[in-house]
Design a protein around this ligand. Structure first.
Ligand code: TXA
Ligand code: MG
Length: 337
C-alpha cells in the first residue's frame, strides 16, 4: 500500500473522511499526539488499526467526538461529573471513561463494558470527525511500544505502507497523550496523567484517586485498570535510565561512566555537559518538557550511545505526565543519587 501525506486542507480533509467512511484507517493530527483514526462503530475498521499498530487486542481505543450530542448514543448515561469536566476541559487533552452502550463494539472497548471518550481541540481533527459522520477511534499513531508521534513525519516513519493516508496538521501542541480519568467506580480515578493536571481535576471534582500504575510498575499478577499501562511503552531502542539528582551530581555521574553514554537533559544544562546530549525542554517548565520528550526519545536513537541517562523532571503539574512517560521508556529503571 502506498502511503500519501497531505497537508490539511478542505480537500484533504474530505479525502480522509471518505476513507474513514468506507472503513479505512487514516493518520490524523490532534493537539496531544497524532492518532490512527477509523470508524469507532465498525469492528472491521477498528480491526485494521490493531493490525497497523501491532497492538494487543485487549488494549481499548479512545473514541473521539466533535460535540456533546455525539456522546449520548455511546454511553449509558453522561454522569454529572463528566458534564462538569466537559465544561471545563473540552475540547482538549482529557479522556473520560464511562459505561458504554451496545453501539460501541467490543473490539473498540477491548471487551470492557466501558468506553473512553475524548473531544479533541485540534480544528483539523474536529473537521475530520464531522465530515466522517461517525465517532473516530484513534490510538496514538506509533507502532505499539514506540514513542507517540508528534508530527506527520514520525507517523510516516512508523506507518509507511500500512495505511493509505496521513493528514499533516503541524506539530502537536501538547506533545504527550491526553489525561485519562475514569468515572466508573466510587471515586474518580486518574489512570494516565497528561496535559490536564491532577490539581486542575481536583478543582472541578473535589477529590480524585491516582491509580498506582501512574508511578509504579504493575506486579505480574495485578490487573491493570487501564490495559495500556501494563505494556512496555514509549521506548526508544537505546536503553534509558533515569537519574534523580541535582544538576551537579547528575553531570558528575554521567561523566564518570566507562561506556558510550548520552545525556537526556534540560536545555539550560546543555553547555555544562561533556557527553553527547539530547535536550527535552527547560528544567522548570514542564509543558516545554512534555512537548519535546517523545521527539527527544526518537533523537536518542540517532546517537551511537549504548545507554542514555535521563535527568529526572519534577513530578508536579504536567511534570507528572512527563515523569510517567519517561518511567515507562526507561522500563522503571531509576537511580537516586
Ligand atoms: O491523546 C490521546 O489520548 C491520543 C490521541 C490520538 O487522542 N490517543 C491515545 O490513545 O493516546 P492510546 O490508545 O495510545 O491510549 C489510550 C489509553 C490506553 O492506555 C488504553 O488502555 C486506555 O487509554 N483506555 C482506553 N479505553 C479504556 C477503558 N475503557 N478503560 C480503561 N482504559 C482505557
Ligand atoms: Mg499509545
Amino acid at each position: 500500500m502506498k502511503t500519501e501525506v497531505l497537508k490539511a486542507s478542505e480537500e484533504s480533509i474530505k479525502k480522509a473522511a471518505e476513507i474513514i467512511k468506507s472503513g479505512g484507517v487514516v493518520g490524523v493530527p490532534t493537539e496531544t499526539v497524532y492518532g490512527l483514526g477509523a470508524n469507532a462503530l465498525s469492528s472491521d475498521a477498528v480491526g485494521k488499526i490493531f493490525e497497523a499498530k501491532g497492538r494487543p487486542k485487549d488494549n481499548p481505543m479512545i473514541v473521539h467526538v466533535s460535540c456533546m450530542e455525539e456522546i449520548i448514543p455511546l454511553v449509558e448515561n453522561v454522569p454529572e461529573k463528566a458534564k462538569l469536566l466537559a465544561e471545563k476541559f473540552w475540547p482538549g487533552p482529557l479522556t473520560i471513561i464511562m459505561k458504554k452502550t451496545n453501539l460501541v463494539p467490543s473490539v473498540t472497548s477491548g471487551n470492557l463494558d466501558t468506553v473512553a471518550i475524548r473531544m479533541p481541540s485540534h480544528e483539523v481533527m474536529r473537521k475530520i470527525i464531522k465530515e466522517s459522520g461517525c465517532p473516530i477511534a484513534a490510538p496514538s499513531a506509533n507502532l505499539s511500544g514506540s514513542p507517540s508521534p508528534t508530527n506527520a513525519k514520525y507517523v510516516y516513519d512508523d506507518m509507511n505502507g500500512k495505511i493509505p493516508l496521513i493528514i499533516d496538521g503541524g506539530e502537536s501542541n501538547v506533545g504527550l497523550e491526553s489525561t485519562v480519568i475514569t468515572l466508573v467506580g466510587e471515586k474518580p480515578r486518574l489512570l494516565r496523567p497528561g496535559g490536564v493536571t491532577p490539581e486542575e481535576l481536583c478543582e472541578v471534582l473535589g477529590e480524585i484517586e491516582i491509580d498506582k500504575a501512574v508511578k509504579a510498575k504493575l506486579e505480574e499478577n495485578q490487573k491493570a485498570s487501564s490495559p495500556g499501562m501494563k505494556y512496555k511503552h514509549y521506548a526508544p531502542k537505546i536503553k534509558v535510565v533515569i537519574i534523580k539528582a541535582d544538576t551537579e551530581k547528575y553531570i558528575e555521574y554521567i561523566s564518570s561512566q566507562n561506556k558510550k553514554v548520552a545525556a537526556l537533559c534540560f536545555e539550560d544544562e546543555k553547555e555544562k555537559i561533556t557527553v553527547p546530549c539530547v535536550t527535552y525542554g527547560k528544567s522548570f517548565d514542564a509543558s516545554s518538557q512534555a512537548k519535546r520528550l517523545f521527539d527527544a526519545l526518537r533523537e536518542l536513537d540517532k546517537t551511537d550511545a549504548e545507554i542514555a541517562y535521563a535527568h529526572c523532571p519534577s513530578e508536579e503539574g504536567v511534570g507528572l505526565a512527563v515523569y510517567n512517560r519517561l518511567l515507562r521508556s526507561a522500563g522503571f529503571d531509576v537511580i537516586e543519587l
